[in-house]
Unconditional design. Structure first.
Length: 148
């Protein structure tokens, strides 16, 4: 089980294939991969993710451990990029293994919902119309609140 913060691109398929071999008794595996998204009305040229390395690592490890305990997961991994990313590139991958599907889905949703609002990442988007810092959306706060 790992939490990996990296500037280099990652291969979601390779991460998934390796992760599936990490536990016995697996009945369900859930993988979520978040990508840099661009919209037609305001195309993104790039996104820069900044973070405080030691704090981000510690918070993501705590989040992963909470998910494992709360949902009785067999394993959970989080891979998160930082630095400059481009449309279509993976930003984050969350993977969970559990004996049953509901626990695997709930664990992955819990990690992503909580990560979006609580992890110390700062996102800056450069688009064709300018540069802006991006805050968590109200919908992100609502999603995270359902796990409290």
């Amino acid at each position: 089980m790992a939490v990996t913060l990296q500037s280099e691109p990652f291969d979601p398929g390779a991460l998934t294939n390796a992760f599936l071999k990490t536990a016995d008794g697996v009945g369900a595996a859930v993988t979520f991969t978040g990508l840099v998204r661009s919209t037609p009305d305001d195309p993104i040229v790039s996104m820069t993710l900044e973070h405080y390395p030691a704090l981000a690592q510690r918070q993501l490890e705590t989040l992963r451990d909470r998910a494992i305990t709360r949902f009785d997961l067999l394993a959970a991994d989080i891979t998160h990029r930082f630095g400059t990313l481009y449309p279509g590139e993976p930003i984050v991958q969350v993977m969970t293994l559990a004996p049953h599907r509901q626990a695997a889905f709930d664990g992955a949703n819990f990690i992503m919902d909580t990560l979006k609002t609580n992890a110390p990442f700062w996102k800056k988007e450069e688009s064709t119309t300018g540069v802006r810092w991006v805050d968590a959306k109200e919908s992100d706060d609502t999603a995270a609140a359902r796990w409290e």
